[in-house]
Design a protein. Structure first.
Lengths: 379, 356
């Protein structure tokens, strides 16, 4: 099976025909059986959800909130370098937990089954400059439904990077190594601008005027976030002298950068490592549930790690399981992963996993190589 | 003050942060279970002592409290009459729960509640209460767990001591058998120590036992017409009371309390065989058949609910199901009211009310 990838360039409306996409699997792929086996796996987890799962997420949330507060209070004493480092570590870790294991997963509806209005996809707002509503649109809808479909999933290089050889090269990509580093440091702002930016591109792109409300909404989220982190909490250190205020503020900056770089790394490992497939729109037309599942597997990549990595990555080291079942509680991905892998193996669907360093290394290599025209390295 | 504080806690509200430090510190009303004790000889009922957080206002005797309980991780809300004295010095409240066959929440509370459990609370509510100055003559009629609001009243009356306006109280309580009588020991003690309390326990499953009728009422309480009467119990008992007191021209003296779930009684009933989806927030009804996603039903009814993927992935169309039952079109599971549903992959299984 060979398909031609058709995509629209950012600047012109005419379709650009680019390189053919490699075959996505064996021709005798039995989508219906593949789909029903994965459905059965999902049903089994849903039926077994209970008090232990609820206790898990509540405990993570409670500890995260205490850690966040402890980190901010420790930063009050940030003029002492060990306190500054400890404060940055605690607050950075708290922000990582809030965004990844809690916020991202709650907003997916993973915990809606508990019927707790305080831990619910319709009410959650996260500690990130991106408004929850915009995140849920670009991420839950556009990215998860249309994973790695050119023109639909705006997460392919986030509209600013060439991350797959099938994406057409543009002069902008020459500077993408610099974009890569900048985006890592300021990732929450990239995430924040993503919905506005993607509404300005694609098939039914909006005008700047139409995108303005989204931008206003974003600014309405950035303002309280920045004020809290860089003004109000540091101001509490005022009785200890001005240097303490500065130390608390720089500590908050560092904690946000720590969170930005780590979440950037985890997310870039999800869909950009070697051997992750890209799809054309005409390939996914009329796809069945089994086809959709297969695209999620082929379009995602895991990385290996233990329980600590699971927690720190918000269980996105199980990106494949997350993409198959975005609304299953994340604490269950580890236990179903062997079953998913076994089902994929039987159906000849490639299951992409490897150590974090290898997966992230392959992303870095691609970012560098694809900044220049042409395809990947010769193999 | 609170909104100023929330500039430090954003994007959380102060409640979220405070309740992470201690479950009762937030502004949302919660309670912590302090004790669970059997409330009848068979152990099929339990009195549960709860310490409410800040914001609890003392109830009036006979009122109920809505309790949110997590059972197997899923939150359920139920109303229970308060059986404790209002404004106890330790700040505690008590509900008495009888495990109903198949009752998810009642069985959990009676058999699995433990000290330290956190429950959600709503302020005390209800008009089934005694006036501040009690009437001179009272008749309490109850069946099963219907005795709980009356017990709240009786304990309050007893705690007032021998005041000059102490009323004369007759309690007619119905229970299937002796070991299922709630508060059995306490009722006996009250009846023997307080001259103004008369208790009759009617065992409905015993030989010769029966439910209340006109003859039995006249025999057990000949002056029932002259008593301010409070009735709580099964529908049959309430029906008899309403009919009998109205026929005697004494409906104004009758106060009744129903334990039936309030939400279900407001489901619109279909007349032509098709189910109705009521979109409560918009005041619109739509015809809902069992194969059509509720998102389509809403759109055909002229609504434009927020929606995204339309295949159950993105949760954009999550909407609270207030009454009725829906079927998940992906796996056939039935989902009951009380939580959110994804409109795009669920269809009405009978009449439903949606918060849309």
């Amino acid at each position: 099976m060979t398909a031609v990838l058709e995509t629209r360039s950012e600047t012109r409306d005419a379709p650009v025909i680019v390189a053919p996409v490699i075959t996505h699997g064996p021709d005798d792929f039995d989508a219906d059986t593949f789909g029903s086996e994965l459905d059965a796996l999902r049903d089994g987890v849903l039926a077994s959800l209970g008090a232990d799962d609820a206790a898990y997420i509540r405990s993570v949330i409670t500890r995260q909130r205490r850690l966040d507060l402890a980190g901010r209070l420790t930063l009050m004493a940030g003029v002492f370098p060990p306190a500054w480092l400890a404060g940055v570590g605690m607050l950075g870790l708290a922000k990582i937990l809030e965004n990844m294991e809690i916020g991202h997963n709650v907003m997916h509806g993973q915990w809606d089954w508990m019927r707790d209005p305080e831990i619910h996809s319709t009410t959650w707002e996260w500690d990130n400059v991106c408004p929850a509503k915009q995140w849920k649109h670009t991420h839950n809808h556009m990215h998860h439904q249309w994973t790695n479909v050119s023109g639909r999933d705006h997460d392919i290089g986030y509209g600013v990077m060439r991350i797959h050889p099938d994406q057409p090269w543009q002069p902008l990509h020459l500077v993408q190594p610099a974009i890569f580093v900048t985006l890592a440091l300021l990732f929450e702002y990239g995430v924040g601008l993503h919905d506005t930016n993607s509404s300005l591109s694609g098939e039914d792109k909006a005008s700047f005027l139409e995108a303005a409300p989204k931008l206003r909404e974003l600014l309405g989220k950035i303002r309280p976030q920045v004020t809290k982190d860089y003004v109000l909490f540091p101001a509490l250190a005022l009785p200890l002298g001005f240097p303490s205020v500065v130390a608390a503020a720089t500590g908050a900056v560092a904690a946000n950068v720590v969170r930005n770089v780590w979440s950037f790394a985890v997310i870039f490992c999800g869909h950009f490592p070697d051997d992750v497939s890209l799809f054309a729109i005409d390939e996914v037309e009329g796809e069945t549930r089994g086809d959709w599942y297969r695209r999620q597997v082929l379009g995602s990549a895991n990385f290996t790690g233990g329980p600590i990595m699971n927690l720190l990555s918000g269980n996105l080291d199980y990106q494949i399981e997350h993409h198959l079942f975005p609304d299953l509680p994340s604490n269950r991905y580890a236990e179903i992963a062997p079953r998913v892998r076994e089902i994929c193996a039987r159906h000849g669907v490639a299951y992409n996993t490897g150590p974090f360093a290898r997966q992230f290394g392959s992303v870095v290599r691609k970012v560098l190589r694809l900044s220049l025209p042409g395809r990947l390295f010769a193999r | 003050m609170v909104s100023l504080l929330e500039r430090w806690t954003t994007p959380l509200d102060t409640d979220a942060l405070l309740s992470a430090l201690h479950p009762l510190w937030g502004r949302v009303l919660r309670g912590i279970v302090e004790g669970v004790a059997p409330a009848n000889p068979s152990g099929s009922a339990a009195s549960i002592r709860i310490r409410p957080g800040r914001g609890w206002r003392p109830h009036r005797p006979g009122q109920f409290v809505t309790v949110g309980v997590d059972v197997d991780g899923v939150r359920h809300h139920r109303c229970y009459s308060l059986t404790s004295l209002p404004g106890r010095p330790d700040g505690g409240i008590e509900i008495t729960v009888q495990a109903a066959p198949g009752g998810v929440v009642s069985n959990h509370l009676v058999h699995h509640a433990r000290p330290g459990d956190i429950v959600q609370l709503a302020p005390a509510d209800g008009e089934f209460t005694l006036p501040r100055v009690p009437p001179a003559r009272l008749l309490f009629v109850s069946g099963g767990s219907g005795i709980t609001p009356l017990m709240g009243m009786l304990r309050w009356l007893a705690a007032r001591g021998e005041a000059p306006d102490t009323p004369d109280v007759v309690l007619l309580h119905h229970a299937p058998s002796a070991d299922r009588v709630l508060f059995a020991a306490e009722l006996e003690r009250l009846a023997t120590t307080l001259p103004w309390v008369h208790v009759e326990v009617i065992q409905t499953r015993r030989r010769g036992g029966a439910h209340l009728d006109a003859g039995r009422l006249s025999r057990l309480c000949p002056d029932w017409r002259d008593r301010e009467t409070y009735v709580c119990g099964p529908e049959a008992l309430l029906g008899f009371a309403a009919e009998h007191w109205t026929a005697a021209g004494r409906a104004d003296r009758l106060h009744v309390e129903r334990f039936a779930p309030a939400a279900l009684s407001t489901v619109p009933t279909s007349t032509d065989g098709t189910a109705t989806a009521r979109f409560a927030g918009s005041g619109v009804d739509g015809a809902a058949d069992p194969g059509t996603p509720l998102l389509d039903v809403a759109e055909r009814a002229g609504l434009r609910p927020a929606a995204g993927c339309r295949v159950g992935v993105c949760h954009t169309c999550s909407t609270r199901l207030d009454a009725g039952c829906v079927r998940d079109l992906r796996d056939g599971r039935l989902v009951e009211a009380g939580g959110h549903i994804q409109l795009c992959v669920t269809a009405a299984a009978g009449d439903v009310i949606l918060d849309l």
